[in-house]
Design a protein around this ligand. Structure first.
Ligand code: PTJ
Length: 245
Protein backbone atom coordinates (compact mmCIF):
# COMPACT_ATOMS: atom_id res chain seq x y z
CA UNK A 1 0.00 0.00 0.00
CA UNK A 2 1.38 3.41 -0.99
CA UNK A 3 1.77 5.84 1.90
CA UNK A 4 -1.13 8.36 1.88
CA UNK A 5 0.15 11.94 2.37
CA UNK A 6 -1.70 13.59 5.27
CA UNK A 7 -2.34 16.72 3.23
CA UNK A 8 -4.22 14.75 0.57
CA UNK A 9 -7.69 16.38 0.29
CA UNK A 10 -9.38 13.01 0.72
CA UNK A 11 -6.95 11.63 3.33
CA UNK A 12 -9.65 10.37 5.73
CA UNK A 13 -11.60 8.67 2.98
CA UNK A 14 -8.51 6.91 1.62
CA UNK A 15 -7.49 5.82 5.10
CA UNK A 16 -10.96 4.34 5.65
CA UNK A 17 -10.69 2.45 2.36
CA UNK A 18 -7.32 1.10 3.43
CA UNK A 19 -8.78 -0.14 6.75
CA UNK A 20 -11.44 -2.10 4.86
CA UNK A 21 -8.77 -3.64 2.60
CA UNK A 22 -6.81 -4.66 5.70
CA UNK A 23 -10.00 -6.11 7.19
CA UNK A 24 -10.41 -8.36 4.14
CA UNK A 25 -6.76 -9.43 4.36
CA UNK A 26 -7.17 -10.33 8.05
CA UNK A 27 -10.35 -12.34 7.40
CA UNK A 28 -12.55 -9.89 9.32
CA UNK A 29 -14.36 -8.16 6.45
CA UNK A 30 -16.13 -10.05 3.67
CA UNK A 31 -15.27 -9.29 0.03
CA UNK A 32 -18.81 -7.95 -0.28
CA UNK A 33 -17.76 -5.46 2.37
CA UNK A 34 -15.58 -3.78 -0.28
CA UNK A 35 -18.67 -3.19 -2.42
CA UNK A 36 -20.64 -1.88 0.57
CA UNK A 37 -17.77 0.50 1.33
CA UNK A 38 -17.86 1.82 -2.25
CA UNK A 39 -21.58 2.50 -2.01
CA UNK A 40 -21.08 4.26 1.30
CA UNK A 41 -18.25 6.39 -0.08
CA UNK A 42 -20.43 7.64 -2.93
CA UNK A 43 -23.09 8.88 -0.48
CA UNK A 44 -20.48 10.33 1.84
CA UNK A 45 -18.92 12.25 -1.04
CA UNK A 46 -22.33 13.75 -1.85
CA UNK A 47 -22.88 14.64 1.81
CA UNK A 48 -19.55 16.51 1.82
CA UNK A 49 -17.87 13.91 4.09
CA UNK A 50 -19.17 15.70 7.18
CA UNK A 51 -21.64 15.15 9.98
CA UNK A 52 -24.67 17.24 9.06
CA UNK A 53 -26.66 19.08 11.70
CA UNK A 54 -29.52 16.58 11.41
CA UNK A 55 -27.11 13.61 11.72
CA UNK A 56 -25.69 15.19 14.86
CA UNK A 57 -29.22 15.47 16.30
CA UNK A 58 -29.83 11.79 15.44
CA UNK A 59 -26.56 10.86 17.17
CA UNK A 60 -27.69 12.73 20.29
CA UNK A 61 -31.08 10.95 20.23
CA UNK A 62 -29.25 7.61 19.78
CA UNK A 63 -27.09 8.38 22.82
CA UNK A 64 -30.22 9.16 24.86
CA UNK A 65 -31.89 5.89 23.76
CA UNK A 66 -28.76 3.91 24.70
CA UNK A 67 -28.65 5.53 28.14
CA UNK A 68 -32.36 4.90 28.72
CA UNK A 69 -32.13 1.25 27.61
CA UNK A 70 -32.43 -1.67 29.98
CA UNK A 71 -30.26 -3.85 27.75
CA UNK A 72 -28.51 -2.04 24.91
CA UNK A 73 -26.49 -4.07 22.38
CA UNK A 74 -24.10 -2.85 19.68
CA UNK A 75 -24.21 -5.18 16.69
CA UNK A 76 -20.86 -5.61 14.93
CA UNK A 77 -20.31 -6.75 11.34
CA UNK A 78 -17.14 -7.19 9.30
CA UNK A 79 -17.06 -3.62 8.00
CA UNK A 80 -17.48 -1.83 11.31
CA UNK A 81 -15.05 -4.19 13.05
CA UNK A 82 -12.40 -3.12 10.53
CA UNK A 83 -13.30 0.57 10.60
CA UNK A 84 -13.77 1.50 14.25
CA UNK A 85 -13.28 -1.40 16.71
CA UNK A 86 -11.78 0.67 19.57
CA UNK A 87 -14.46 3.35 19.20
CA UNK A 88 -17.24 0.74 19.48
CA UNK A 89 -15.65 -0.75 22.61
CA UNK A 90 -15.48 2.76 24.09
CA UNK A 91 -19.15 3.47 23.30
CA UNK A 92 -20.16 0.12 24.84
CA UNK A 93 -18.27 1.06 28.03
CA UNK A 94 -19.80 4.55 28.27
CA UNK A 95 -23.44 3.39 27.85
CA UNK A 96 -23.08 -0.06 29.45
CA UNK A 97 -23.90 -1.97 26.25
CA UNK A 98 -23.02 -5.50 25.13
CA UNK A 99 -21.04 -6.04 21.92
CA UNK A 100 -22.39 -8.79 19.67
CA UNK A 101 -20.89 -10.01 16.41
CA UNK A 102 -23.74 -10.48 13.96
CA UNK A 103 -22.89 -11.19 10.35
CA UNK A 104 -24.76 -11.18 7.10
CA UNK A 105 -22.26 -13.61 5.53
CA UNK A 106 -21.70 -15.68 8.65
CA UNK A 107 -18.80 -18.14 8.93
CA UNK A 108 -17.28 -19.50 12.16
CA UNK A 109 -13.82 -18.26 11.10
CA UNK A 110 -15.00 -14.68 10.62
CA UNK A 111 -17.05 -14.76 13.84
CA UNK A 112 -13.95 -15.80 15.79
CA UNK A 113 -11.60 -13.38 13.96
CA UNK A 114 -13.90 -10.44 14.71
CA UNK A 115 -14.38 -11.42 18.37
CA UNK A 116 -10.57 -11.68 18.76
CA UNK A 117 -10.07 -8.35 16.99
CA UNK A 118 -12.54 -6.65 19.38
CA UNK A 119 -10.78 -8.18 22.38
CA UNK A 120 -7.46 -6.86 21.04
CA UNK A 121 -9.15 -3.44 21.08
CA UNK A 122 -10.16 -3.72 24.71
CA UNK A 123 -13.48 -5.63 24.72
CA UNK A 124 -13.83 -7.86 27.78
CA UNK A 125 -16.84 -9.83 26.57
CA UNK A 126 -18.02 -10.38 23.02
CA UNK A 127 -21.37 -12.05 22.31
CA UNK A 128 -22.63 -13.71 19.16
CA UNK A 129 -20.73 -16.99 19.22
CA UNK A 130 -23.26 -19.12 21.10
CA UNK A 131 -26.03 -18.27 18.59
CA UNK A 132 -28.74 -19.86 20.74
CA UNK A 133 -31.43 -17.38 19.68
CA UNK A 134 -33.15 -16.67 16.35
CA UNK A 135 -34.65 -13.63 14.66
CA UNK A 136 -38.06 -14.83 13.45
CA UNK A 137 -38.80 -14.65 9.72
CA UNK A 138 -35.22 -14.86 8.41
CA UNK A 139 -33.34 -17.70 6.74
CA UNK A 140 -31.06 -19.75 8.99
CA UNK A 141 -27.56 -18.17 9.08
CA UNK A 142 -28.69 -14.55 9.06
CA UNK A 143 -31.19 -15.20 11.86
CA UNK A 144 -28.59 -16.35 14.41
CA UNK A 145 -28.22 -14.22 17.55
CA UNK A 146 -27.38 -14.82 21.21
CA UNK A 147 -30.53 -15.28 23.30
CA UNK A 148 -28.99 -13.17 26.10
CA UNK A 149 -27.59 -10.62 23.61
CA UNK A 150 -29.55 -9.19 20.66
CA UNK A 151 -32.31 -11.71 21.48
CA UNK A 152 -32.91 -10.00 24.81
CA UNK A 153 -31.99 -6.40 23.87
CA UNK A 154 -34.47 -3.54 23.97
CA UNK A 155 -32.22 -1.13 22.05
CA UNK A 156 -29.83 -2.26 19.27
CA UNK A 157 -27.31 -0.19 17.33
CA UNK A 158 -27.16 -1.78 13.88
CA UNK A 159 -24.60 -0.20 11.58
CA UNK A 160 -24.57 -0.95 7.82
CA UNK A 161 -27.32 -3.53 8.14
CA UNK A 162 -29.11 -5.31 5.32
CA UNK A 163 -32.73 -4.21 4.91
CA UNK A 164 -34.37 -7.57 5.57
CA UNK A 165 -32.75 -8.08 8.91
CA UNK A 166 -33.33 -4.50 9.97
CA UNK A 167 -37.04 -5.02 9.26
CA UNK A 168 -37.09 -8.34 11.13
CA UNK A 169 -35.41 -6.79 14.18
CA UNK A 170 -37.89 -3.91 14.12
CA UNK A 171 -40.73 -6.45 13.93
CA UNK A 172 -39.40 -7.96 17.19
CA UNK A 173 -40.25 -4.59 18.78
CA UNK A 174 -36.67 -3.46 19.34
CA UNK A 175 -35.61 0.16 19.17
CA UNK A 176 -33.23 0.23 16.22
CA UNK A 177 -30.49 2.80 15.87
CA UNK A 178 -29.26 2.41 12.29
CA UNK A 179 -26.07 3.97 10.90
CA UNK A 180 -26.20 4.07 7.11
CA UNK A 181 -24.98 6.70 4.66
CA UNK A 182 -27.89 5.97 2.31
CA UNK A 183 -31.08 7.63 3.59
CA UNK A 184 -33.09 5.64 1.04
CA UNK A 185 -31.91 2.21 2.22
CA UNK A 186 -34.55 -0.02 3.74
CA UNK A 187 -32.63 -0.24 7.03
CA UNK A 188 -32.50 3.55 7.38
CA UNK A 189 -36.20 3.74 6.49
CA UNK A 190 -37.10 1.14 9.16
CA UNK A 191 -35.01 2.65 11.96
CA UNK A 192 -36.34 4.28 15.09
CA UNK A 193 -33.29 6.55 14.74
CA UNK A 194 -31.68 6.68 11.28
CA UNK A 195 -28.16 8.08 11.53
CA UNK A 196 -27.13 9.19 8.04
CA UNK A 197 -23.42 9.56 8.62
CA UNK A 198 -20.19 7.65 8.15
CA UNK A 199 -19.73 5.08 10.92
CA UNK A 200 -16.22 6.42 11.55
CA UNK A 201 -17.67 9.83 12.49
CA UNK A 202 -20.97 8.61 13.95
CA UNK A 203 -19.68 6.30 16.70
CA UNK A 204 -17.28 8.78 18.38
CA UNK A 205 -19.99 11.45 18.18
CA UNK A 206 -22.63 9.21 19.82
CA UNK A 207 -20.05 8.52 22.57
CA UNK A 208 -19.38 12.25 23.01
CA UNK A 209 -23.13 12.91 23.38
CA UNK A 210 -23.51 9.98 25.76
CA UNK A 211 -20.74 11.36 27.99
CA UNK A 212 -22.49 14.74 28.05
CA UNK A 213 -25.95 13.23 28.71
CA UNK A 214 -24.88 10.70 31.35
CA UNK A 215 -25.72 13.00 34.25
CA UNK A 216 -29.24 13.88 33.00
CA UNK A 217 -32.45 12.57 34.53
CA UNK A 218 -34.66 9.99 32.79
CA UNK A 219 -37.20 12.75 32.12
CA UNK A 220 -34.60 14.87 30.34
CA UNK A 221 -33.44 11.90 28.24
CA UNK A 222 -37.03 10.97 27.43
CA UNK A 223 -37.65 14.54 26.27
CA UNK A 224 -34.71 14.24 23.82
CA UNK A 225 -36.04 11.04 22.26
CA UNK A 226 -39.61 12.36 22.19
CA UNK A 227 -38.74 15.32 19.96
CA UNK A 228 -36.64 13.26 17.53
CA UNK A 229 -38.42 12.61 14.21
CA UNK A 230 -37.04 9.86 11.98
CA UNK A 231 -38.90 11.04 8.88
CA UNK A 232 -37.54 14.59 9.21
CA UNK A 233 -34.00 13.22 9.68
CA UNK A 234 -34.27 11.14 6.49
CA UNK A 235 -35.68 14.10 4.55
CA UNK A 236 -32.92 16.41 5.77
CA UNK A 237 -30.25 13.91 4.71
CA UNK A 238 -31.79 13.42 1.28
CA UNK A 239 -32.03 17.17 0.83
CA UNK A 240 -28.36 17.61 1.83
CA UNK A 241 -27.36 14.97 -0.74
CA UNK A 242 -29.52 16.42 -3.52
CA UNK A 243 -28.68 20.07 -2.97
CA UNK A 244 -25.10 19.70 -1.75
CA UNK A 245 -25.71 22.06 1.18
O1 PTJ B 1 -19.78 -8.48 7.60
P1 PTJ B 1 -21.11 -8.94 7.10
O2 PTJ B 1 -21.07 -10.35 6.56
O3 PTJ B 1 -22.21 -8.81 8.12
O4 PTJ B 1 -21.53 -8.02 5.84
C1 PTJ B 1 -21.62 -6.61 6.00
C2 PTJ B 1 -22.09 -5.91 4.70
C3 PTJ B 1 -21.97 -4.42 4.94
C4 PTJ B 1 -21.18 -6.35 3.55
C5 PTJ B 1 -23.55 -6.35 4.41
O5 PTJ B 1 -24.38 -6.02 5.49
C6 PTJ B 1 -24.06 -5.71 3.13
O6 PTJ B 1 -23.97 -6.25 2.05
O7 PTJ B 1 -24.60 -4.49 3.29
P2 PTJ B 1 -25.24 -3.65 2.09
O8 PTJ B 1 -26.58 -4.21 1.73
O9 PTJ B 1 -24.23 -3.42 1.00
O10 PTJ B 1 -25.51 -2.27 2.80
C7 PTJ B 1 -24.49 -1.52 3.33
C8 PTJ B 1 -25.02 -0.10 3.56
O11 PTJ B 1 -24.08 0.57 4.37
C9 PTJ B 1 -25.16 0.72 2.26
O12 PTJ B 1 -26.41 1.40 2.29
C10 PTJ B 1 -24.00 1.72 2.32
O13 PTJ B 1 -24.37 2.96 1.78
C11 PTJ B 1 -23.78 1.84 3.82
N1 PTJ B 1 -22.37 2.12 4.19
C12 PTJ B 1 -21.24 1.62 3.64
N2 PTJ B 1 -20.14 2.07 4.26
C13 PTJ B 1 -20.57 2.87 5.27
C14 PTJ B 1 -22.00 2.91 5.22
N3 PTJ B 1 -22.72 3.61 6.10
C15 PTJ B 1 -22.04 4.29 7.07
N4 PTJ B 1 -20.70 4.30 7.16
C16 PTJ B 1 -19.92 3.62 6.29
N5 PTJ B 1 -18.59 3.65 6.38
Amino acid sequence: MTEIPEDHPRYESLLTRHRIEEGVEKGITSRQGLIAQGRGEAFDYLLGERTTESADAAERAAAAYLLLAEHPVLSINGNVAALCPGELVELANVVGADLEVNLFNRTDERMRAIADHLREHGASEVKGLSADGRIPGLSHERAKVDADGIGDADVVLVPLEDGDRAEALAAMGKVELVVDLNPMSRSAQTATVPIIDNIVRAVPNVTRHARELRGKSREELEAIVAVFEAKAALEAAEEAIRSGT
